[in-house]
Design a protein around this ligand. Sequence first.
Ligand code: NAD
Ligand code: UD1
Length: 336
Amino acid sequence: MKNILVTGGAGYIGSHICVALLNADYKVLVLDNLSNSKVAVLERVKEITGRSLQFVKVDLLDTQKTAAVFEENSIDAVIHLAGLKAVGESNKLPLHYYRNNVVGTLNLCERMAKHNIKNIVFSSSATVYGEQQVLPIKESAATSPTNPYGRTKLIIENMLRDIYNADPDWNISILRYFNPVGAHKSGKIGENPRGIPNNLMPYIAQVAAGRIERLCIYGNDYPTADGTGVRDYIHVLDLVAGHIKALQKLVERPGIMNHNLGTGAGYSVLEIIAAFEAITGKKIPCEIVGRREGDVAIVYADCSLAKRELAWSVDNGMREMCEDVWRWQMQNPTGY
Ligand code: NAD
Ligand code: UD1
């Protein structure tokens, strides 16, 4: 399995995956419609690795162009990241999310089947779990996503399971990411949100950089030690390492598998702010406001299955997550 198609490869996580794949001697073909990314990122990927990759600007909703990609290239496996991911936006534009994420994946899988390419690693999310009473969350926990974005992920997971049930020659890895943060150690690639960030870490980084006045903390009345929400933040480089392990596992032990990728540790919003302040020496002005709709108190993963089955572990803690976000932010104050 040497030729890897990375859908969404120009995005935040996809660009880091491209670096890891190239460093591991894979050949990389990126398919992206650039709806949430810039092609400039791929130049950075080449700079970091000293290797080249191929890029096609294609939308997975465009069946003809997607078909041409499969006809014109040799592909052994697909890492499928292309998708829309903003929870709030998905509440407002559910049809757009279902079409883009579900129909896009359906088109991709149909093409794969036609060309007898049956190896896929899929970017799912901890959002499929919704609110859980039992922590840490295991893969066996019942799923109940609370927003359209999360439901698109669950529909795709179920579609992949049905594909496998009908044809066990497929090799499928479903990875449920917890909260990916951080950036490449070079500071050349990182998360580049459009407009005001939705997520905590990029928001804090922009406050520290003086681009946003203050952070709004969404509630301090949760049943947690300090009242603020607790999440399982994972460094993007550790997340990416999990994908390489999953890809290798598909060769060693074909079949379908589902793994949580997190660290197993929960950090509150106030703990993240304190860690970021300690590392950057910057004060993060903040204000407590009401809870954000749809938020839950505590989410963290049981990652023992991924550790055991993928022989995977994390190398980076909260210090590295903050340091690397800050380096990226300082080197690229306005993104790419
Ligand atoms: P991102 O927006 O940076 O990357 C997604 C990429 O997919 C973008 O470059 C976008 O242009 C592309 N894309 C979207 N729709 C497409 C389509 N129809 N055809 C072709 N390209 C398309 O997001 P990311 O943070 O890198 O996330 C990657 C994947 O991981 C997504 O599927 C996301 O749902 C999932 N995920 C992300 C997080 C997170 O916090 N970042 C958490 C859990 C799961
Ligand atoms: C969000 C998504 C989730 C996705 C995950 C991973 C929502 C509701 N959920 O989860 O589907 O899988 O990202 O990227 O968007 N916070 C603040 N102020 C802010 C931003 C966040 O206090 O400006 C708090 C939140 O209330 C939460 C924590 O910080 O307690 C983390 O928030 P965020 O980074 O948005 O991630 P999640 O809510 O876990």
